[in-house]
Design a protein around this ligand. Sequence first.
Ligand code: SF4
Length: 639
Amino acid sequence: MQELMADIIAELKDASTLSARKIDRIIAVHNRRFRDPVKHFAKKHLAPYYLQVKQNDAALWGSWDLSDEEERALLAAIQMKPRRTASGVATITVITKPHGCAGNCIYCPNDVRMPKSYLHAEPACQRAERNYFDPYLQVASRLTALDAMGHATDKVELIILGGSFTDYPAAYQMWFVSELFRALNDAGESLDGIADVFGMEQKPVPCSIMEQKPVPCSNVEQRVAMYANAGITHEEEALTAQTQAWQQRIKDGSANYNEAVSTLYGPGTPWESMETLQVGSIDHVHEAQHANEDAAHRVVGLVVETRPDSISPESLKLLRDLGCTKLQMGVQTLNESVAATCQRPTPLTRVRESFELARAFGFKSHAHFMANLPGATPEGDKNDYENFVQDAAIAPDEVKLYPCVLIEDTGLVKLFESGSWQPYTEDILVDLLAADVLITPAHTRISRMIRDFSSDDIAAGNKKPNLRQMVEQRIEGLVAKGAAPVQEIRMREIATTETSADQLMLIEEHYDTSNSHEVFLQWVAPAEPGASVQNRIAGFLRLSLPHSDWIKTHAEALPVRPAEAMIREVHVYGAAARLHAPTTGAQHQGLGRALVERACEIAREAGYEKMNVISAVGTRNYYRNLDFTDNGLYLTRSL
Ligand code: SF4
């Protein structure tokens, strides 16, 4: 990247001007020098890199010797356009502090600088470590970076990763979440333009890259000082020195991850002194949520990663009270023999119960699933994935589907060295993933196909960040040869406004789970003859009609009652959000509103008396405007 930026600056100095086209050419020339696509860069990497060097590497930045005028020209050329992404929502991923895990799965990373399963070189992990795993600081720095890249940040999806959120003490969970909301609330009006969540155009946001300071948050400096005074470091050398002995013990098998983190972050360490400060209450959470309802940066989704075996009615009630709308949970395989080889800790019956319970609470589910685990075969993996997406209890709404890779200091190293585990060849892997995409139902979205591991951390297995593109190309070929078109959501998302609202059709897909009848309502574009992807999707709604006998059996554990339907998700893609519903009766309705009205109609006809919606904090006003009223953990409308 340094070389690429030097080439761009040299061109600017030579020509005194720099067009976006010229930049594209320089990037193309640079990328041609490297056959390995891992080393390729895109324009979107330039502005964050420039900002990071200017803030953190005075010597390198000084060597570029840019005048004010040159800097302005450079920034104008490398700035990405304000975002018009498919989803229309800015994602902020934050990581909780290092913490043990009840499992010790054979492939799972054991980096003692991170919560279990994460590596400190992953982008979100680097940001978390630089910010002492503090939720407020992580949000403030991410907002700054998104702003610098020209992304709109008025609608934010918060994703809390760290493996086992519900294992942390409840007071830590409440502190963590209230600080996330507070950081967004404190960032105030610095970024222009809050739009109705489902209905209006986003305004372009100003770029603060020249200002060299975080989006103004009230107490960033005091917080940094607090961690530094407690003796917690974020300097690379110091972190390596503090952790390398324990990392070595894990490598040679004389200690495990849980022992290491309980020593490094437990009693007698600087982290212990922070524990009394990292305590929140539900009142703090509610106060911050209330302020966020009208804030400039509203939370339109809150995702929490946790393990199925730590799910209970109590943990789900707390998560809902925190404003959580989606759960990420690891399943990885349904094959019990593969699970045993991997030393997966959770029985399948427990996994199924957790997904059922989460669905009854209204949560969207985002399941992690892996290919090429020890003991698996490509054919077995294909069957396993098919069983998984069709499993009536799990019925995942979203899937993170990725291949197992070899990471140092894991139990997998021994299996690799003995030849008991080998990564699939690229061809086999791409074939398998393409087959998986083609058997994914229309109500399921495959959100990712790789982990964010850097190629340096992957000792064996797929290192290509563009694996998904390779899979999509393979799918195009298969469809051209007669395979049925893709149904999975992500490949069908409409990314531009080229579709006319009048052409959209509302179609309904019905399917049964073990405890509900689900209706997936979707706005789709007309058929495109010959295209490998049909039914381009402009928006969708997930309606759950719970089985009343299941609700009655679990009544004591649930916050819902029989005859109550649930809207689990409404999503209108950013590019489509400005379109109006094409139905005559719904003229001038937004697409989201038309979906909600149709869902209420379906539930009423099926005999349900009330409709609940699992609203994010920042979408509460939207539902209040649609005649829903606040009702504990949900908003509710009488049918
Ligand atoms: S349960 Fe998840 S986080 Fe824990 S060891 Fe297994 S894969 Fe890693």
